[in-house]
Write a protein that binds this ligand. Sequence first.
Ligand code: SF4
Length: 339
Amino acid sequence: MKDNEAGSFYTYLPEGCRMCREGGKLVLFVTGECIHSCFYCPISEERKNKDVVYANERPVRSEKDIIEEIELMEAEGASITGGEPLLKPERVLEYLKLLKDYDLHVHLYTSLPDGKKIEKIAPYLDEIRFHPVNLEKPERFTSAIRLSKDLGLEAGFEIPALKFQPKIAELANELDCFLNLNELEFSQTNYENLVRHGYEVDDFYGAKGGREIAEKYASLTRKFHYCTARFKDSVQLRKRLLRMAYNHPEFYLITEDGTIMCGLIEGEREKIQKAIEFLNMVGEHYRLVENSKNESLSIETSIEAVKRWRNRFKDESLRLSIIERYPTYKRIIVEVEPL
Ligand code: SF4
């Protein structure tokens, strides 16, 4: 048994998990629609039961959005998730072909043991993970797992640590497939349901008792991996952020958490246009940021540049600050220091 950081451990690590641990997996959410309504479903309101597509946090309107995200994080692989991806098999097939053009390792999550759909997508897929809802009737997946393996895919179960369900461990051994167990996570959408079912929050939004459940599975299962909420946040996400941060222009400062720091110039559109002309004239590097919601423009540049030209920009009634933000599509700002 190998102990990972942050409470995770494993005897066997599928390739998809190995890449995920390095922050190298793009998460492609192909639809929020699903035929189930698991009480523990953690999907956000923004996505739940909506036919929306996201590449990590970036809304996808065309393949171009997926490509931009692949390039931003220098993805080595992708996980296709939802909702239930196999409700949109044509879409999944189209994206799989695109991901294979980039030579990415791809794994897919599904709660449907649908052999016909699996046969169609298998030529473009590397790994498949089955989720028996509420951890019930895992034997329904026996043929789908056998078929997936015959088609050359790595296959296994992936379940939340709701409870110990020995049938799943026994079946994983019998089929010689892996069992991934995720710590049960509290989210805004499942919080009340989890409390109603008697779960309590531990650290990092994980439910209490996950480790004990994981140890029971581990004692029975040959190919086992337990992944905690803390590991996802402090290791996987941080590594993904760092990959993205290093793909930003050099004037951004990178913190050890994977966030980036820069100078921010805000103000009326015409004044921002004038500031751009000025930055071009003096040879400062910058990035223009368009906010499509309120149609505003702002400029990100080096911290030195906002300090150097502070008086000039202030005379133009522009607002200056030093910000620390995520290097992701949503540019979530974690700290602002007005100048
Ligand atoms: S199968 Fe997955 S996506 Fe569907 S309701 Fe259950 S947890 Fe949510």
